[in-house]
Unconditional design. Structure first.
Ligand code: CDP
Ligand code: MG
Length: 702
């Protein structure tokens, strides 16, 4: 630790931060930005006036770096040094250094727009250009401009273009920490391999047999490939002649690995043993693995992309950018000269790769982001003119506005509604938060909470996520509930309820091929969502009654209706002649129910006429994933709203954000049912009061 490059610049860093509100720090991966900057500023007294926050785009990195810093300072994790990620807060009153995901900090800014509990905010890994970090950049720019602000903002990046961020912050200083990278020899393949897994495997074995000691870092595109690679490599290594090479230790590294498995990559290799770390792009810059001398780079990365003109997600394996390729190669030269094996020709690197990765803001759905910006109550924020480092397309902003309008989060003038405001307080995607609000009205909040929690944890629900087990979820319906024909949301509810009846027994999960950790996480998420809702509602909520559905006789009508309101923009109508569905709404297209779905035909052999879906994904064909049957009488009024919709008005309203027009007032004044979870905390009430007074004052002037 003592020789980390950044520590040699301690004085310079402290001096520059003293003199400037915003500083950009650029340093090679492993130079100590994530673990040391917070400690440097702590030593120079910044924790006396507030907490030092360090944001991370990835949950794993937030946890792992916090753990490391707590260890270095010799304190208990969760006390002086803690972390906060969605659905998990390990901080206390004592916390002075807090690692958190960029999404968490955004959420905190809703209840405390000036973020004045913090003396320093470090936006780490800015080069990753995650959607939330990009929004935070815009927000920080506003905050430091305020006269009263004594906030210090640091922005760190591992790549060398700090100029752009510096210009964004009126040419703030850029500190460059020279890395001590050793030379890395880059070896290209003559052509692209047919299978990059086979080619990686062969290269890894060649290194193991021929090259001197040093760990090997292999970049794969995702968890499935990592698992495949780990088992193949294990098999091959075991078949090598005893004593012909040193021992091998093969370790996976990806975002959904259990914590105890993640930390294994940070302990050095035993003597006479070579480690193979098989990782996603998480090992490019987020997590530094020491001891790596050889890197195998397939040249690919898995990227989730959203297409605003179709509303469709795709998870594509795409070529990495040149910046990423260079980062990957750099991992080989941290401790001594290394080698990087690129499984593609140099012409591909020079001619096909993009210079830099496309920022997430230009390939994501912006519904959540736009709702967030609308709820900020900052008088001068105009969504379409928000100061972004890179502007998202107007198409995706409009797409977000339409989505929000269809689920009642904004009105036809683009003003945030009461419902929208409550939605923004929930750490969920807009469709699910809207479902919860409706479920509360319809008296099925408990069921909706379960479904929401199950969907939020779904990535870890099925034991292995291979295609096989997706099908298994359907086939093993003899043991697991099957959604009673109504679809996947209902099945998720029934699974949880069955586990509840089994007293949350871990063995029950194992017997039913469900991941224990995933189910435990669901239970925890459910509990936390309950607590958040109680807080918003400021009173007891009905989250217990109806806790268990009446099996068989229950048609889950209220729940399905609540889902219909939440998925207002994700409705589809059955098309008899097309053997599938057509999505309703402004993006009408033909789609099919995903093969993993448990949605069933009725006695007459017909699929339900109307369904809602959680997600549209483009694989071989456009598929709806997680589908639930709804009724025409619920679906039609929502799609009718489209006729009234005027995008110009929707976006025009944004300039008046923070003000309530007459429309908003009427809504706020309308009588509500007994338990109203959309009722907001005091400060919000007073804001409404103030807005009402402004409105009345304007009215009396006319
Ligand atoms: O952020 P940056 O890439 O500049 O470096 P860092 O994450 O602060 O890492 C500095 C050093 O701490 C590296 O040698 C890492 O291997 C080590 N580290 C660790 O051992 N365990 C962690 N959980 C995080 C970092
Ligand atoms: Mg870092």
């Amino acid at each position: 630790m003592a020789d980390l490059p950044i520590l040699k610049f301690e004085e310079k860093i402290v001096e520059t931060v003293e003199k400037n509100p915003v500083v950009v720090v650029i340093g090679e991966t492993g130079s100590g930005k994530s673990t040391q900057l917070s400690q440097i500023l702590h030593r120079s007294g910044y924790t006396k006036s507030g907490i030092i926050a360090v944001t991370q785009p990835r949950r794993v990195a937030a946890v792992s770096v916090a753990r490391r810093v707590a260890h270095e300072l010799g304190v208990q994790l969760g006390e002086e040094v803690g972390y906060a990620i969605r659905f998990e807060d390990r901080t206390s009153d004592k916390t002075i250094i807090k690692y958190l995901t960029d999404g968490c900090l955004l959420r905190e800014s809703l209840s405390n727009p000036e973020l004045n509990q913090y003396s320093v905010i470090i936006l780490d890994e800015a080069h990753e250009r995650s959607l939330n970090t990009d929004i935070l950049l815009g927000l920080m720019k506003r905050l430091v401009r305020m006269d009263s602000s004594s906030l210090k903002v640091l922005i760190t990046s591992a790549t060398l273009d700090g100029g752009k961020v510096s210009r964004f912050f009126s040419n703030c200083p850029v500190l460059t920490v020279p890395g001590k990278l050793f030379p890395v020899e880059v070896l290209y393949s003559r052509e692209r391999p047919k299978s990059y897994i086979e080619s990686s495997l062969k290269t890894a074995l060649d290194i193991h047999i021929r090259e001197p000691r040093g760990d090997v870092l292999i970049f794969m595109t995702g968890q499935d490939d990592i698992e495949k690679m780990v088992s193949k490599l294990e098999e091959k290594v075991q078949s090598l002649e005893e004593g012909s090479c040193m021992d091998a230790l093969i370790l996976p590294l990806h975002g959904s690995l259990p914590p105890e498995m993640q930390v294994r990559v940070f302990s050095p290799a035993p003597s006479n043993c070579r480690r193979f770390i098989v990782a996603t792009n998480i090992a490019e810059t987020s997590l530094t693995v020491d001891g790596v001398v050889y890197v195998i780079d397939s040249g690919y990365v898995k990227q989730r992309q959203y297409n605003p003109s179709t509303g469709m997600y795709s998870l594509d394996v795409v070529q990495i950018s040149r910046v990423q390729a260079d980062q990957r190669a750099g991992r080989a030269g941290r401790t001594c000269p290394g080698k990087c094996y690129r499984l593609y020709p140099s012409a591909v690197y020079h001619e096909e790769f993009l210079d830099a990765t496309i920022p997430e803001i230009q390939r994501s759905s912006l519904a959540g982001t736009v709702l967030y910006l609308k709820s900020l109550d900052l008088p001068d924020i105009n969504i379409l003119k928000f100061d972004f480092l890179d502007q998202p397309s107007s198409e995706s902003l409009e797409d977000a506005l339409k989505q929000l309008y269809l689920i009642d989060a904004i009105d036809e003038n683009g003003l945030i509604t009461h419902i929208g405001r409550t939605m923004s307080e929930l750490p969920l995607e807009p469709s699910l938060s809207r479902t919860l609000i409706e479920a509360n009205e319809l008296g099925c909040l408990s069921q909706a909470l379960t479904v929401t929690a199950m969907l939020s944890a779904e990535t870890t629900l099925i034991s292995t996520r291979s295609k096989n087990s997706e099908k298994k979820r359907k086939r093993s319906s003899s043991d697991l509930p099957d959604g009673s024909g109504w679809g996947d949301h209902i099945q998720l509810l029934q699974i949880y309820e069955k586990w509840d009846r089994a007293n949350y027994d871990p063995q029950w999960c194992i017997d039913n091929n469900l991941q224990v950790r995933g189910m435990m996480f669901t239970k925890d998420v459910r509990k936390q969502l309950c607590q958040i809702l109680q807080k918003i509602a400021k009173g007891p909520l009905d989250v217990q009654s109806n806790r268990r559905s009446k099996e068989k006789t229950d048609d889950y009508k209220s729940l399905r209706r609540a889902l219909c309101a939440g998925y207002g923009n994700q409705l589809a109508e059955r098309k008899i002649h097309h053997n599938g569905y057509r999505t309703l709404g402004y993006k009408s297209q033909l789609v099919q129910v995903h093969p993993s779905s448990v949605l069933e035909m009725d006695e007459d052999g017909n699929m339900p006429n109307y369904v809602v879906y959680h997600e549209l994904i483009a694989t071989s064909r456009p598929f709806m994933r997680n589908v639930c049957a709804v009724e025409m009488s619920w679906a039609i009024p929502i799609s009718r709203k489209l006729e009234k919709m005027d995008v110009n008005k929707l976006s025009g309203g944004s300039s008046a954000s923070g003000e309530y027009g007459p429309k908003g007032d009427e809504q706020l004044g309308s009588p509500k049912k007994e338990v109203d979870i959309s009722k907001s905390p005091d400060d919000h009430d007073s804001r409404i009061q103030a807005a009402r007074e402004r409105f009345l004052a304007r009215k009396s002037k006319k």
